[in-house]
Design a protein around this ligand. Structure first.
Ligand SMILES: Nc1nc2c(ncn2[C@@H]2O[C@H](COP(=O)(O)OP(=O)(O)O)[C@@H](O)[C@H]2O)c(=O)[nH]1
Ligand SMILES: [Mg+2]
Length: 258
């Protein structure tokens, strides 16, 4: 059987797109439909945290008519990080060769996925980047633009992660890369999850490639971004940065900090 007939992508294999959802009833049906249209060979897993707005039931209805769509019902809202880790485990148990992270709100255009998957033929991790040449960000308020640029600058300086969009959440991970990364150590709940995985990928020495994307602010539903999520990211990035610096000093033969 050819890879395509087997549901795979040439050079990448079987792909699972994990879409974490919390109150995305206005978006989930549309984004899954767009995804299935542009990338008919991918499987989809909606990881829903028991959304009060009925997102889980809508996803279930999609799964009922499309054998490539699956739903992971999680008991309560536990943050983006926990939902993705559960999705990764689901993929590993079923032998997928690559896992894609994608938001449910349409900010990550499913139409960009074929380019990301093409890049994954020669990479272990592909980051859909808002901040490389050729990318576009539309309708984002200045506050969010500054937060993203500032967050990325801080992550790069503190952690030395050589990517322009360490906070972005539109990515392809080859299964071997996820295996090489120390996922058991992951503690992030909110969006610092993306920075944490960027750091782990860099530390694991896997090949990271960035591909420009067109990122558009959501048109429906509400963002789950909160001051708490920003605070978690700041705190964690600072802690990792200090820890990494200490390790580098120790390796160079300096005395360990107290
Ligand atoms: N399962 C799950 N999904 C979440 C959670 N928080 C955010 N999401 C999803 O993560 C994606 C990105 O969140 P969003 O609110 O759009 O963040 P923003 O783009 O930074 O404003 C969306 O698909 C959300 O539904 C959560 O606690 N659990
Ligand atoms: Mg969003």
């Amino acid at each position: 059987m050819t890879e395509a007939a087997d549901g795979g992508h040439p050079g990448v294999g079987r792909v699972l797109v994990v879409i974490p959802t919390y109150n995305e009833a206005d978006n989930v049906t549309d984004v899954v439909a767009r995804l299935r249209r542009v990338a008919p060979a991918v499987d989809v897993l909606v990881a829903d945290d028991n959304s009060p707005d009925g997102t889980g039931a809508l996803a279930e209805a999609l799964a009922g008519t499309d054998p490539r769509v699956h739903v992971l019902h999680r008991p309560r809202k536990e943050g983006l990080g926990a939902a993705y880790l559960a999705g990764f485990a689901w993929a590993r148990q079923r032998g997928y060769d690559a896992v894609v992270e994608m938001d449910a709100d349409g900010s990550h255009a499913p139409e960009d996925l074929p380019a990301l998957l093409r890049a994954a033929r020669d990479a272990d991790v592909v980051i859909g980047s808002r901040w490389t040449r050729g990318a576009r960000v539309t309708n984002w308020p200045l506050r969010r633009l500054l937060l993203s640029r500032g967050g990325n600058l801080y992550a790069r300086l503190a952690l030395g992660v050589p990517v322009s969009d360490a906070t972005g959440g539109y990515r392809v991970y080859r299964a071997a890369a996820l295996q090489a990364m120390e996922l058991r150590s992951v503690r992030s709940q909110g969006y610092s999850f993306q920075v944490e995985l960027s750091r782990l990928a860099h530390r694991a020495g896997v090949r990271i490639v960035e591909v420009p994307i067109t990122f558009a602010e959501r048109e429906r539903g509400a963002s789950k971004m909160s001051p708490l999520i920003v605070a978690e990211a700041l705190w964690r990035i600072t802690t990792w940065g200090l820890r990494d610096r200490r390790v580098r000093r120790t390796r160079r033969g300096h005395r360990r900090w107290p």
